[in-house]
Design a protein around this ligand. Structure first.
Ligand SMILES: Nc1ncnc2c1ncn2[C@@H]1O[C@H](COP(=O)(O)OP(=O)(O)OP(=O)(O)O)[C@@H](O)[C@H]1O
Ligand SMILES: [Mg+2]
Length: 392
């Protein structure tokens, strides 16, 4: 017999997804069934072998009507993988035309054999047209529901993809903004140093300014390199002396501190506080926190910097706490929960709102914890940031 695919189309051409596959190889059963289904206004497709049935299911179908005698021999074992291979949303409906009558040893044996076929709907023969049509309706309706779930899953996946893309774009924007923000401090210092050099007659002083300017330039290149690496690969941590970092950042801000008449008190624990970290990152964190305190104390005030060691944790690991406390006006309550978000600033044109965001990201990357306490609108107002660092 010539193997051909017979596709009977109803008035409205239905998609492959909702067609009914017919597998009834004996006599004219398949053709009769096909014309019956066509009269119901549904698409169908006749197959002549289990292999064809399996590939038709894989191509897409709404349901299949299979005559029981077509599943003799190892046909069920052949069909099983095709049905087991379905995606999670799919439970392909299979209408099996079985012999009617009493329960016999043979009918029980067949029942056990059919179990792996999953979503089975049994129709006894001779089948009444209403029984067959309503069973087919039920099967196709359940299939339609499965397709709806599939579409929902696809839409959710697409939305997720779009979200990831947006997030990637946001990261790129933040990367550019954070480089710009971080190199601004050293650049400002260099401008100041050049200004001081202009009217300086002492060669010794000029040498000192040049060397400071060189250090600041080295910082610019370190920041750009680190910020780029921050998004790519980790850097090797080294033992960093936290007090030395504090002194170097105080030096950096020396002229601003004296101009604003801010007194700095540094209290360090007796034992030297070292932490395995990236020196540049710790410097960036401290420069941002001190920069904010200075902005907050333009009319004078006191800046307390405390360094304490702590190895009392469960693993007795080395930990260093760095605290920066100022006597500025404090952070307003409504702003406080958002200060670590990018672009949150109360400084208008003069602030980018990225300092604390960068600080928070650097701390997160190293597994360090930053806490903030702030009081505003009272006599004893001020802000305290503390960073608890552990070896990375
Ligand atoms: N020590 C502080 N005292 C008072 N307000 C603070 C202090 N630290 C942070 N803030 C508040 O948090 C906001 C966010 O700080 P952040 O460092 O992220 O940005 P910024 O300082 O405004 O801008 P930039 O860092 O670019 O100069 C500040 O605008 C300020 O309102
Ligand atoms: Mg800032």
């Amino acid at each position: 017999m010539k193997r051909e695919r017979v596709i009977l189309h109803s008035a409205s051409a239905q998609s492959t997804e909702m067609r009914t596959i017919i597998f009834a190889p004996t006599g004219r059963d398949a053709e009769l069934m096909a014309s019956f289904i066509a009269r119901l206004g549904k698409a169908c497709h006749i197959v002549r072998s289990v292999e064809e049935l399996c590939s038709a299911i894989a191509e897409g179908a709404g349901a299949a009507i299979v005559a029981e005698e077509a599943l003799r021999g190892d046909a069920i074992q052949q069909l099983e993988p095709a049905l087991a291979d379905q995606p999670s949303w799919s439970d392909f409906p299979l209408i099996l035309l079985i012999a009617g009558g009493r329960v016999t040893v043979e009918s029980e044996r067949l029942r056990a054999l059919r179990k792996p076929l999953g979503n089975l709907l049994l129709v006894e023969r001779p089948a009444r047209p209403e029984t067959l049509s309503s069973t087919l309706e039920t099967a196709l309706r359940s299939r339609e529901r499965q397709y709806q779930i599939r579409d929902q899953i696809r839409r959710a996946a697409q939305a997720q993809d779009a979200l990831i893309k947006t997030e990637k774009l946001a990261v790129t924007g933040r990367l550019a903004a954070s480089i710009a923000h971080e190199i601004n401090n050293p650049l400002e210092s260099i401008i100041n140093l050049l200004y001081l050099m202009r009217d300086e007659s002492s060669i010794a002083n000029i040498r000192q300014y040049v060397s400071q300017a060189e250090q600041e330039l080295a910082r610019v290149s370190e920041i750009t390199k680190h910020t780029l690496r921050f998004y790519k690969e980790p850097t090797n941590p080294v033992d960093v002396d936290v007090s030395a970092i504090v002194s170097s950042v105080i030096d950096l801000y020396q002229s601003r501190l004296s101009a604003a008449r801010v007194h700095v008190y540094v209290k360090a624990s007796r034992s030297p506080a070292t932490i395995r970290a990236n020196q540049g990152e710790l410097r960036q964190i401290l420069a941002n926190l001190m920069g904010n305190s200075l902005d907050a104390m333009r009319l004078g005030g006191i800046l307390h910097i405390r360094i304490s060691t702590d190895s009392s944790g469960p693993q007795r690991s080395n930990r260093v706490r760095l605290t920066v406390a100022d006597t500025g006006p404090g952070i307003p309550k409504d702003l406080l929960p958002r200060i670590f978000e990018p672009f949150v600033t109360s400084k208008g044109e003069t602030g980018t709102g990225l300092g604390l965001w960068v600080t928070g990201e650097l701390a997160k990357k190293n597994g360090w914890v930053i806490r903030v306490r702030s009081r505003s609108g009272t006599d004893q107002c001020g802000t305290t940031f503390s960073v608890v660092m552990a070896d990375v």
